[in-house]
Ligand binder design. Sequence first.
Ligand code: ATP
Length: 324
Amino acid sequence: MKRIGVLSSGGDGPGFNPCIRAVVRTAISHGVSVMGIKYGFAGLINGEIDELDVRSVGGILGRGGTILGTARSEEFRTERGRLTAIRKLHEYGIEGLVIIGGDGSFRGALQLWREFNFPVVGVPGTIDNDINGTDMSIGVDTALNTVLNAIDKIRDTASSHQRAFLIEVMGRECGYLALMSGIAGGAEMILLPEVETSPEEVASALKNAYLRGKAHCIIIVAEGYKPGLEAVASYLTERREELGFEVRTTVLGHVQRGGSPTAFERLLATRLGVAAVEALLSGQSGVMVGLVGNKVVLTPLEEVVAQPKKIDLSLYQMAKMLEK
Ligand code: ATP
């Protein structure tokens, strides 16, 4: 292989840049040039492609976001769109592709490999940590630290005013971020898409916490929890006299996607970026690089996308035990 391409696709997260840097510098060390493809599959179809050299990825280790930009592309889901994508890859002399993204992006990658036998290697990048074949995806650790920082700050004001705070964190299908930030942040309750919890149960926990003499009550709510943050908040507010705590809500939103990647994130992104290029150059394709038990491993993309990764519910039980 003389030239490879790299793109980021789907939702962004901190750590994409150190990964791109690792991809570029590893490939160049092996005498292979690298084309940076802007805005995911959409940019590939439109030919938004430029060479990345060693210097062009300088100074990005600590920068959030992705210098390549990211996007979702409806056109790439069509056969015609993918045909145009392959033509562009040939036009630019790109012989293999590193794709940083989530499971949707890997489904797209698989299509390129299956339909055109085009070499692809995936790198897991999503703050949801819902990708099989890796303990951690790029973006998760930084997002977790951002959430934790917010919980700590909100707890200060919650204690001062004897308030209960419902804090909504990202995770539409997967409650990983809510569960882990709830444990690390010492939340009094964690509401997940994976675990049914009624507003009545939340009210009862709140009342109990008040009766136990707690100065505050922090409840972490995953975005995908049903019936949702607003429904629970209004249920609790209507019963404010009976519950003791006054209730406030905070939606953390997109702050969770930004910021300088943590040390763990930079190391993970770097290791996976290096491994992705080495896999591609050694003839591997249709695989994803991941970190399992602190070792970099390859997993077939078919297995990766077969089903979303589930959270470890024993950790939820542990969190419940510690909610005192
Ligand atoms: P995140 O988990 O952060 O949302 P993602 O990679 O799962 O990231 P998606 O929007 O699901 O994000 O997918 C990104 C892009 O991958 C889509 O816009 C589309 O171009 C391509 N893609 C997704 N699924 C398929 C598919 N089945 N076939 C072809 N391309 C696909």
